[in-house]
Design a protein around this ligand. Structure first.
Ligand SMILES: [Zn+2]
Length: 155
């Protein structure tokens, strides 16, 4: 007869392990976070607002927000590691869940995230699908946000 499993005493190590684990994923994503911090610093110098939320630094508004909104194909938010840059606070509120999924993807893939993202987009395109809307990373983010799939301009 087997003895019933007993919970091991954690001797208070769990918070330390959790804290160490958070720093490991931050370091793993650090190359892209550093790029995001550079962009965030420039945006802040141009009048953007900064805040922390969900383990990420959020950057909204300012000249950078206007620049982001004015780009052809209008990108309204972008995530670089643990930095989320958005055109304005209202847009960020709409896309926060989506961008937080990208933060978790950076934590999973680290320095490989952007190359993997580009490969996923190229794969979708080679399969005669949309490189953005059918990108596996975007689909995961849109499903988490509550959309089955992003809409194109004509939908
Ligand atoms: Zn996305």
């Amino acid at each position: 007869m087997r003895r019933p499993l007993q919970a091991r005493p954690d001797h208070g190590h769990r918070p330390v392990r959790r804290w160490a684990g958070r720093w490991v994923v931050r370091l793993w994503a650090a190359p892209w976070t550093l790029l995001g911090l550079g962009c965030g610093l420039l945006a802040w110098l141009g009048g953007a607002s900064l805040q922390r939320h969900g383990g990420a630094i959020e950057v909204t508004g300012g000249r950078f927000g206007h620049w982001l909104a004015a780009r052809p194909g209008a990108c309204c938010a972008i995530t670089l590691g643990h930095v989320i840059l958005a055109t304005d606070a209202a847009t960020l509120a709409t896309f926060r869940l989506h961008e937080q999924v990208h933060v978790r993807q950076y934590e999973r893939w680290g320095p490989l995230f952007v190359p993997a993202y580009l490969v996923a987009g190229a794969w979708a395109w080679l399969c005669r699908r949309d490189a953005y809307r059918d990108n596996a990373f975007e689909r995961e983010a849109y499903v988490t946000q509550g959309c089955a799939r992003p809409r194109s301009a004509g939908e």
